[in-house]
Ligand binder design. Structure first.
Ligand SMILES: CC(C)(COP(=O)(O)OP(=O)(O)OC[C@H]1O[C@@H](n2cnc3c(N)ncnc32)[C@H](O)[C@@H]1OP(=O)(O)O)[C@@H](O)C(=O)NCCC(=O)NCCSC(=O)CC(=O)O
Length: 448
């Protein structure tokens, strides 16, 4: 009986990624240079300093010409979003990605035992998780959880929650939904730390099916090996790094502090300290420990002269790095701290270019890029790393169970990536704002 119990527990602890689908909004929701110019021009509070700031940030943001915005923003109603605008953006996501993941896997909505949804800054009642249950006609014993306010790293919080529920229930099918609501959250003021979000955040979302049912093992794409969460929200600057708040004039938006990339690296270090012993080979861990010891001895001899510490080589245990594309500075900070090369961070950079920062769903687009590029082979190990307000760093480590070839949401454009140049046309089109004198601000500079 004890052996049977142990086997059952091991079975329940399995977590397979059956499949996932990334939302691709319709082409009429693309934010072209013209759209961006028109949105900026509409905001009569902006003056020359804000134009120059926006130009600099957009040019260096790493974002291209094909990201998506909600309809109310494109149609000129960003100042007065309605509840329906926000629901419409979510429904577009559900109707596309959720329907697609069911179609791809052959799983029916009534087979779903558990729904976990995370959308950071839109929490209507009834909840969005309930909206999915209703929209797809799920069973009345389905367990539905709705997470909000958890920022860009909530995607892996949802995976963790699904995994923990599955630990208590055999043969569970979990639908994990990850997105962010842009429609009610366009910032219309002039605080630069809040204007930044308008340049980075775009519409997107992912639906994934996870299960611990061994019957699906042969059809699964990846198996979860471990998941680690780090939360440094007790530190003041880390807590203030990404905050949904009102500016001095009472306009709501997400403020991103200049210290955010540093907070991300700190949370990342915290996370890696617990992750490394679980995923790296003993040889690499002992090499690192020996180098650390040697450094301590040498430092004692040279009376504490500061030198760069030894670095652990994550490539000894990881084949693919699936990093949250939070922004160019965030990707670069992580690249440096892990000692990665441009091939390793290409999926994150290309995702930022094609889709923008779609918040918690971003990392699934990064994974989809790897798959579309046919990088993921059976037995490969994938490390997912996400950052988000709190400040949190969550990571998980997957093993690919078969060669993956699905181009998914990248299907119509993967051949164009990486593009020959990442230069976007904003400087060419709006570079003239840098030549203007600072007289006459406040909507006096038509963009067209
Ligand atoms: C915004 C950038 C693309 C700009 O790149 P640049 O190469 O131009 O670099 P830069 O640092 O010189 O910045 C250009 C100008 O913007 C200003 N600037 C930069 N960051 C700022 C901020 N947070 N608030 C206010 N101003 C800021 C700089 O002072 C400078 O102004 P001046 O020229 O006057 O000196 C980059 O800094 C970047 O990627 N930053 C990180 C973005 C970020 O926080 N992403 C996380 C999203 S949140 C997320 O994903 C998780 C979550 O929220 O949950």
């Amino acid at each position: 009986w004890l052996v049977w119990q142990a086997v059952e527990r091991r079975r329940r602890a399995r977590c397979y990624l059956l499949d996932y689908a990334c939302h691709k909004p319709s082409d009429d929701r693309k934010v072209t240079t013209e759209h961006a110019g028109a949105i900026i021009e509409r905001n009569k509070r902006l003056g020359l300093p804000e134009y120059r700031f926006l130009l600099k940030v957009i040019v260096n943001s790493g974002i291209g010409e094909h990201t998506y915005s909600p309809r109310n923003v494109l149609n000129g109603r960003e100042e007065c979003p309605t509840q329906q605008d926000a629901l419409d953006e979510m429904d577009d996501f559900f109707d596309d990605a959720v329907a697609e993941v069911f179609a791809k896997t052959g799983v029916a909505p009534r087979d779903v035992d558990l729904v976990v949804l995370n959308v950071g800054s839109f929490a209507p009642e009834p909840s969005l998780a309930t909206r999915v249950v209703r929209r797809f006609g799920m069973r009345d014993d389905v367990m539905a959880y709705n997470l909000s306010g958890m920022g860009c790293s909530a995607g892996l919080v949802s995976v963790d929650l699904a995994r923990n529920v599955m630990l208590t229930r055999p043969r569970t099918m979990a639908l994990v939904l990850t997105s962010e609501s842009c429609a009610p959250n366009w910032y219309t003021g002039t605080d630069k730390s809040m204007m930044l979000g308008n340049c980075l955040f775009r519409s997107g979302g992912t639906a994934a099916l996870l299960t611990n049912d061994p019957a699906f093992r042969s059809r699964a794409k990846m198996e979860l090996r471990c998941l680690v969460r780090a939360h440094i929200g007790a530190q003041d600057d880390a807590h203030a790094a990404a905050v949904h708040r009102e500016d001095a004039d009472g306009r709501l938006g997400v403020s991103l502090s200049k210290a955010l990339p540093k907070a991300a690296v700190r949370a990342f270090t915290e996370n890696l300290q617990r992750l490394a012993p679980r995923i790296l080979p003993a040889g690499e861990l002992s090499r690192f420990a020996a180098r650390l010891l040697l450094r301590k001895l040498l430092r004692r001899k040279s009376a504490g002269k500061a030198a760069e510490g030894p670095k652990i080589n994550f490539k000894t245990g990881v084949d693919h790095f699936c990093l949250h594309p939070g922004g160019t500075a965030v990707i670069e900070a992580v690249r440096k701290s892990l000692g990665l090369n441009s091939y390793d961070v290409e999926p994150a950079r290309m995702t930022l270019h094609r889709w923008g920062n779609t918040s918690a769903s971003s990392l699934w687009y990064v994974l989809a890029y790897m798959e579309a590029k046919r990088r993921l082979k059976a037995g490969d190990r994938v490390l997912m790393v996400t950052f988000g307000s709190g400040f949190k760093c969550n990571s998980c480590y997957w093993e690919v169970t078969k060669d993956l070839t699905d181009a998914g949401a990248w299907e119509d454009c993967i051949a164009d990536y990486p593009p020959e140049t990442m230069v976007n046309p904003y400087m060419e089109k709006f570079g003239w704002v840098n030549d203007l004198s600072s007289q006459g601000q406040g909507g006096a500079f038509p963009f067209f």
